[in-house]
Ligand binder design. Sequence first.
Ligand code: A3P
Length: 295
Amino acid sequence: MELVSDTSRPPLVYVKGVPLIKYFAETIEPLQSFQARPDDLLISTYPKSGTTWLSEILDMIYQGGDTEKCRRAPIYIRVPFLEFRCPGVPSGLETLKDVPAPRLLKTHLPLALLPQSLLDQQVKMIYVARNPKDVVVSYYNFYKMAQVHPEPGTWDNFLEQFMEGKVSYGSWYQHVQEWWELSRTHPILYLFYEDMKANPKRETQKILEFLGRSLPEKIVDQIVQNTSFKEMKKNPMTNYSTVPTNVMDHSICPFMRKGITGDWKNTFTVAQNERFDADLAEKMVGCELTAHWQL
Ligand code: A3P
């Protein structure tokens, strides 16, 4: 494992106009020679949209619903995070070396930084989008506990940074829209966090269909049960409690924080909400995506 001595909160580094966690920015160049396999499956999301949840559902599907097999390693080892690099934890590219095919891979990268091989190999992808108001609240709490990010500052300031696309991974607005566009020409299943909350069994069945797999209904029910927020929060293989404290400090805020929809209402002021809505309407003009959310 690579040792990185500077664990303080370094400023974001811009790569092709996209702000990234400094350590992640350093992996973008080596990542461009990453060789995808046609049987890879890529999980793509803007941060805080339900990536870990989808990852666990997928590993459970791949393991035929066997909970013991899914406890073989933490989620970030079972599903390598392509651009990940962080003090004291194996990088995504290092983790990848030991993962047998068919591989599950994770990324938050916008299309400008995505390794070309994933597109050339026609790798199937599953994207999850979440109500941006819940994303930004979740992200603010994540910035506080995951100290590879810069200091988040005040909530009001963080909200502005998010709206301006100046948080890690850049603009949420561009991310959800460009992946939506890509889903018209590339094999992508585009899911919504809110649909997964409302009917996890239906969404799990959608995933199975997309993968061309089938499992007995009893197993699907077990997968839904084992990937509930309550179960994943207490499971050390999914709740990130195995990550060193200087990387993620769960005493500041647990990674498995609330796992609900509409939590933004406890954080946004009326004025912030009005400003956010007006800005969102401008940035998403002509895009049918926002119809999915009770904003
Ligand atoms: P909150 O901070 O709103 O609780 P990601 O994995 O993309 O980083 O997303 C993290 C968010 O998904 C957190 O949201 C986390 O609590 C939530 N989450 C994780 N597992 C979940 C599950 N099984 N069901 C619902 N939400 C889940």
